[in-house]
Design a protein around this ligand. Structure first.
Ligand code: PA5
Length: 448
């Protein structure tokens, strides 16, 4: 059993011949990736990460997680973009649907809140209220160590921690995940003696979920990070060694590029499990930042079904025909509810008596798949056998590998993000940051 890709429902849009025709292009892109001969080749550390990670640091992550579990009721994870989405995706996928609100007896581990991923005073003030007078720790995550959003949140929550425990004790509750030697956060960590974890130089933010960036918060949540790595390692093996026609990740990259060339410029990642919501958010960042450049790329969007069938469903069925869907299905639900017969069938649901809720969910999925196909939306499928750490590790690696290949097929550097800088420059200028004086004048004039 493994995470698999299937385009059989989309054959009216993508034929086997076309998939064969694009094989050379996909394989060249794969070679560029694994031989490290393409653009951005200094950011390919993620390829071997599942088998070559720092075991000493891994053990330190597990120890730190145990300490946080013992001495904290709340963990704040401060980070943005690649320094936050992977951990959130994993925790929401692997742990309780109501992780923070369910009782401590069921959860067993600290509540985990993410911040520093926006610049909202309300969000931070409300979070301060949620923490109240409870014991808490902070995991500040920033590869560059200079990103504004997490830096601001860290200032606010570090002050809270210092006031509560005193600076020396507070420092023992701060865990910094950042560059091994550079940046403001690394300097601060050295200065204050925070326990530090490394974001390797050759792993970009959106490919960093299997480094300390993702692993520490995931471990604190009680999920098994060893199994996560094992899953990723097994998918790495498939991605690197399976031939094209059996290589799911390569086929996914190929098929989405065929669809793009046919005018399908939007890919919607679809799920039928609310716990996959943040996996979609992680996936959007991965593909959006990797491919959306040089006026190219597939726009990555996502919907949560069946919820969004009652909002976006109309557009997907019947609106502008520019999209395709990739439906992510968990094959075996981890829990089950069987619908019971009622004496008087007032709600008309007795025809479902004896059936499971997951059977209804899967029927909705299959029905929608066919309806959208009839509405001329190609439907690709990704199957996850079960909701656990091993398969999530596979899923992360499956998409990362496909993204690298797909970016090269598209002719872009999938490992940089020059476009992210534009808003930062304007924001710094408007905030009056030293060094941005000229831009400030110009922008203020434009805003008048
Ligand atoms: O994928 C990326 O590189 C970005 O999304 C970064 O993760 C994000 O901008 C946060 O950067 P940093 O970790 O340097 O604070």
């Amino acid at each position: 059993n493994k995470v698999t890709f299937d385009y059989s429902v989309a054959k009216k849009f993508v034929s086997d011949t076309e998939v064969k025709m694009i094989q050379a292009c996909a394989e060249t892109a794969k070679d560029q990736l694994v031989n490290k001969s393409g653009a951005g080749n200094d950011f390919l550390g993620w390829i071997d990460l599942p088998v070559e990670y720092d075991k000493e640091e891994f053990a330190r992550i597990q120890k730190a997680a145990e300490k946080i579990q013992k001495d904290s009721e709340v963990l704040l994870v401060i980070g943005i973009g690649g320094s936050y989405l992977g951990a959130r995706a994993a925790i929401e996928f692997l742990r309780h649907s109501f992780y923070n609100s369910v009782s401590k007896e069921i959860r067993k581990t600290p509540e985990i809140y993410f911040c520093g991923n926006n610049i909202s005073s309300n969000y931070m003030n409300h979070l301060i209220e949620v923490i109240g007078d409870r014991d808490f720790s902070i995991n500040i995550i920033s590869k560059s160590g200079t990103t504004t959003e997490p830096a601001i949140a860290f200032r606010v929550f570090k002050k809270l921690l210092n006031e509560k425990y005193g600076r020396k004790e507070a420092a023992k509750r701060i865990y910094a995940t950042t560059d091994k030697s550079r940046g403001a956060l690394k300097n601060l960590a050295n200065e204050e003696g925070y326990e530090s974890f490394v974001v390797p130089d050759d792993v970009g933010g959106r490919y960093s979920v299997l480094t300390a960036v993702g692993l520490l918060p995931i471990a604190v949540s009680g999920a098994d990070i060893t199994k996560l790595m094992e899953g990723a390692a097994s998918m790495r093996d498939y991605c690197l060694n399976q031939p094209y026609d059996k290589n799911d990740s390569l086929q996914y990259a190929a098929v989405r590029n065929i669809l793009l060339r046919k005018g399908k410029g939007i890919e919607i990642l679809v799920n039928y499990e609310p716990s996959l919501h943040y996996v979609s958010e992680w996936w959007k960042q991965l593909f959006g930042e990797s491919e959306g450049k040089d006026q190219k790329g597939i726009y990555p969007a996502s919907v949560d079904f069946t919820t969004d069938l009652h909002s976006m469903g109309q557009f997907i069925q019947d609106g502008q025909r520019t999209m395709f869907e990739t439906v992510v299905t968990v094959e075996k639900s981890s829990t089950e509810i069987i619908l019971e017969e009622e004496e008087v069938d007032l709600d008309g649901l007795n025809y479902l008596a004896g059936k499971s809720v997951d059977f209804v969910n899967k029927s909705a999925m299959k029905g929608t798949l066919l309806a959208h196909t009839d509405g001329n939306v190609p439907n690709l499928q990704v199957f996850i056998p079960e909701q656990n750490e091993f398969y999530l590790g596979q899923l992360f690696y499956f998409f990362e590998f496909a993204c690298g290949v797909s970016g090269y097929m598209l002719g872009v550097n999938p490992f940089d993000q020059p476009g992210v800088e534009s808003y930062k420059k304007n924001m710094f200028a408007l905030l009056g940051k030293p060094g941005f004086e000229a831009q400030r004048e110009e922008l203020l004039k434009r805003l008048q």
